[in-house]
Design a protein around this ligand. Structure first.
Ligand code: HPA
Length: 276
């Protein structure tokens, strides 16, 4: 019999634990970005599971990331919501920061909805806008799939010709229209952080086709696609990262803007879930 890697065993232990705490099979998972925990306030009948209770789950150390799973109803469906994600800049490996996505896969999640806070590179955007991700650039210099491939989870060389699900993206666009919410669209480039970008870096990112820059999401998309999970992602543009008019930026400013605008993403997600 084929040996199960230690990592996969750990994923199973974590998912078995979560399964023991919930009474449904989650189809939809949501990951909340910095300051975007307003979305969690819309969950009905929430059950909270602290990351510290879940075997092999790391704690969230980033500001604006709580570190708990919230399970309950959003729209008309049960969801499992990660209130706080893990970032590469916290010192975790790519495998660690995507451990939760593998747990979602093991739990049978079919749809992953991601959110994040990021800087706007497209001059047509403004602070507080929200943006549907149409594509990604992995500029982190690492990939969560490096290392032996566990074939039960997905193929050695997963296709990335369409990182985001067109059906889900269309639902999000329609929801935004119905709700009268201005939903921008664009390419998200992921960097490791934790330092924010210099003007020269931002100029390069604009030139290579990015509309927004942030420090997360891309590893999660890669693992979810490897797992065959459909992905929808919406960013909050928390600051404008324009090289020629760059102003000093702090994480407090990022969290403040996402707190103010997170509700727009929550309302779109709720609508999308209703249509699934
Ligand atoms: N750059 C990188 N990450 C970010 C930014 C930014 O300007 N804003 C929020 N997260």
């Amino acid at each position: 019999m084929k040996k199960i890697p230690e990592y996969a065993k750990n994923v199973r232990e974590a998912s078995d634990f979560i399964r023991s705490k919930i009474n449904f099979k989650p189809k939809i998972a949501i990951v909340l970005g910095s300051g975007l925990d307003i979305i969690s306030q819309n969950i009905e009948g929430p059950v909270h599971i602290d990351y510290s209770e879940i075997p092999h789950f790391e704690k969230s150390t980033a500001p604006g990331h709580k570190g708990e799973l919230i399970v309950g109803k959003l729209g008309n469906d049960n969801v499992i919501l990660m209130n706080g994600r893990h970032h590469y800049y916290e010192g975790y490996t790519m495998k660690k920061i995507t451990f939760s996505i593998r747990v979602m896969q093991e739990l049978g999640v079919e749809v992953l909805m991601l959110t994040n806070a990021c800087g706007g590179l497209n001059p047509g955007f403004k602070r507080g806008d929200i943006m549907l991700l149409t594509d990604i650039i992995n500029f982190m210099g690492d990939n969560p799939l490096i290392g032996p491939n566990f074939d039960e989870w997905g193929p050695r060389f997963p296709d990335m010709s369409s990182p985001f699900d067109n059906g889900l993206s269309d639902l999000a666009k329609k929801a935004a229209q119905d709700l009268n919410i201005d939903l921008k669209e664009g390419v998200y480039i992921a960097v490791t952080g934790p330092s924010f970008e210099t003007p020269a870096e931002l100029k390069m990112f604009q030139k290579i086709g990015a509309d927004a820059v942030g420090m997360s999401t891309v590893p999660e998309v890669i693992v979810a696609r490897h797992a065959g999970i459909k992905v929808l992602a919406i960013s909050c543009i928390t600051d404008m990262a324009l090289p020629d008019e760059l102003e000093p930026l702090t994480s407090e400013m990022v969290n403040e803007t996402s707190k103010k605008n997170g509700d727009k993403i929550a309302r779109i997600f709720e609508r999308v879930i209703e249509k699934l």
